[in-house]
Design a protein around this ligand. Sequence first.
Ligand code: AMP
Ligand code: TRP
Length: 355
Amino acid sequence: MPSVGQTTRPFWLTTLSKLEGMTKPNLFSGMQPSSGSLHLGNYLGALVNWVKLQDEFNAFYCVVDLHAITVPQDPAVLRANTRLTAAQYLAAGIDPARSSLFVQSHVAAHSQLAWVLNTITGFGEAGRMTQFKDKSQKGGVESASVGLFTYPMLMAADILLYQSKAVPVGEDQRQHLELTRDLAERFNSRFGQTFTIPEAVILKETAKIYDLQNPDAKMSKSAADTKGLVNIMDDNSTIVKKFKSAVTDTDGEIRFDRAAKPGVSNLLGIFSAISGHTVQELETRFAGAGYGTLKGDLADLVVATIEPIRDRTNALLADQAELDRLLSAAADRASEVAEATLKQVNDRLGLLPKA
Ligand code: AMP
Ligand code: TRP
């Protein structure tokens, strides 16, 4: 039976957390401010884990606006989405007293270290990044920016500036993490020990959420039809409507079978991820009930989870000065760490310090 919503933790992560009295290791992750609202997949697949990781790590969570501009952005929309993204993370439980949630462009060291890393990256090495190949082919290689090409080195700079031990990311970012490790090792061996070698924390068995209308596809912000996409910023009646019209099947049995019953399995998976009950417990609970009952109960549960997050997000956005102050204070804290690393890097490279 699949264990939906449970995570496999690397052994060292568990070990590290047991070393009491030790200062917490650093963790870094980034999210693009490229869409208005986070969806249920982002929330259950990533954000819930980020909130938990704050207990064991000194976490740096970064809204990566400089990565976002590697593809064209409308300036007003980018500014609004940067605040909205930050507000949703804070609303979902990123604690500004424990973690630094900040905007990438507020800490100049990211761009500065990215330049240095560009100079030790091979052209062919960067050209092998599959995300660049995919993204540049989509819009035509001629119109792809050089920024899109150097995106992975900016990401490596993000991570290495904070001497990060752990980097939670989706599977699609694994290759960028490998490049980051290679660059860190290369710099360390050429110029002396400078960077911590980071580890990817890929939460493989974490809740993968599928589209409610097309349950064979991952829930995604780029879905052509938004009927199967549940956004954190959707109002309650929209959320209920989306669950009520979720695609199921005709055999009428509430049973987890990803291959034969993708729609019902997805509903059970979401239920399990939110409630903490196993899929087996849910099968027992709903034995003999109709799909309507499952959908109704699940819609209520999702609304009860999302509504407070949406309300807190709106409250944060309503007090923009306070939100900006939180982001600014976090950027100051992040800068201290980042500047210390950058200073060491520049020194090792032989860049003349400014008198
Ligand atoms: P994206 O919106 O694709 O940039 O993803 C941001 C984060 O959310 C990544 O860590 C993804 O692994 C996670 N994520 C995105 N879509 C889903 C989904 N449908 N189910 C679970 N996790 C997801
Ligand atoms: N490239 C990541 C993504 O699209 C976002 C990102 C930027 C990131 N910098 C990072 C993730 C550093 C982890 C660490 O999901």
